[in-house]
Design a protein around this ligand. Structure first.
Ligand code: KG4
Ligand code: ZN
Length: 333
């Protein structure tokens, strides 16, 4: 039995096939990055129309790469939220149509649960563990007791980590998507060049705040580089900003791991692709005797394999067909 996953919550149209052991058989992504680049961010109306254009070709490609037919599929999983409603509706309606026509069970999946479970696609992660989801819209820290049993320990009180990367890159005039360009530029910079603050680092909670850090970068640039012409100093600023974000994420995650006496930590979501983050999580893990599991980069950013995996664990076989399934723009776990 195979599971077909469909993801369209933001600017990637994705479809994937996994087997009933959770192994990835195909994982196809059609990115809209080039389309949105010229606007400096995702334009929801354009994104929905692009999904509509791309979704059937991507699903066909995922089936072809997996070398399976629709008749080999036993279940469909689709992202139900959170995300851009127009985008989500394209995925949901496509999934509903295929599931209904082929008499297949359909599972609505929380995108955040996808990111939280993505590390399990490639690793055998022991339970309980601490799971950090760092994406463009979320920075959530969970105690993962088992698949389906999560305790939210902390979350961002303002900007998500990815959002801070995107807004800072936009202010610096570095382009889009912010995380990727800052990561690249930071490799040429000195992370200790500017002492940016680490907000909420010692407040004793597991909550995060990144908006003040972004403002600190803006204030620093206005003062030190008033003409804002991309400057060699921007590599140092990028490296120092990135280091501050990573330090906060590492510190809070490992504090939670020690407090809950777990031996494993996972990191998922687009920001988990950050090279400095991966380096620092690995070294802190080795130092603390805690194993850190991170997905390959392609499974950090939005993909449908993680949606298929989360959907695989949802019991829907004996339920009536979910005609009423709708998009949910804000959804938490
Ligand atoms: O998980 P994702 O693909 O979509 C959401 O669910 O939001 O995450 C996108 C976010 C963006 O903010 C992007 O700038 C960030 O992930 N991102 C990165 C890197 N690659 C993507 N942030 C830092 N370093 C990266 N290498
Ligand atoms: Zn995502």
């Amino acid at each position: 039995m195979y599971i077909l996953g469909i993801e369209s919550s933001c600017d990637e149209t994705a479809a994937a096939v996994i087997d009933d052991q959770g192994r990835i058989v195909s994982n196809c992504i059609s990115s809209q990055m080039e389309t949105h680049k010229r606007y400096g961010g995702v334009v929801p109306e354009i994104a929905s129309r692009e999904h509509l254009k791309n979704i059937l070709p991507v699903i066909r490609k995922a089936l072809a790469h997996a070398d399976v037919q629709l008749s080999d599929i036993g279940k469909i999983a689709v992202t139900q939220g959170p995300g851009l409603v127009g985008c989500l509706l394209v995925g949901i309606n496509t999934a509903k149509s295929i599931a209904y026509a082929n008499r297949l069970p359909l599972a609505g999946v929380n995108h955040l649960e996808g990111h939280l479970l993505a590390p399990l696609l490639e690793h055998r992660v022991p339970f309980p563990h601490i799971g950090l989801v760092v994406s463009g819209g979320h920075t959530n820290l969970y105690l993962v007791e088992t698949i389906g049993t999560y305790r939210l320990l902390g979350r961002t009180r303002d900007d998500a980590a990815g959002e801070a990367f995107d807004k800072t890159a936009k202010f610096l005039g570095l382009g889009y998507p912010g995380g990727v360009v800052i990561d690249r530029l930071a490799q040429k910079g000195n992370p200790h060049a500017v002492a940016f603050p680490r907000p909420m680092l010692h407040d004793g909670s597991y909550d995060f705040s990144f908006s003040g850090l972004k403002t600190a970068v803006i204030n620093h640039v206005r003062k030190q580089h008033p003409d804002r012409v991309p400057d060699p100093a921007f590599a140092d600023i990028s490296a120092s900003f990135q280091d501050a974000v990573v330090d906060i994420l590492v510190d809070k995650t490992f504090r939670a791991a020690l407090h809950h006496r777990v031996t494993a930590v996972t990191v998922g979501g687009g920001v988990a692709a950050n090279s400095r983050l991966r380096e620092k999580f690995k070294s802190k893990g080795a130092e603390s005797n805690i194993t850190v599991y991170m997905p390959s980069n392609i499974l950090c950013t939005d993909n449908a394999a993680m949606i298929a995996y989360a959907g695989m664990h949802k019991q829907v076989d004996d339920k009536p067909f979910p005609f009423e399934m709708n998009a949910i723009s804000r959804m938490s776990i």
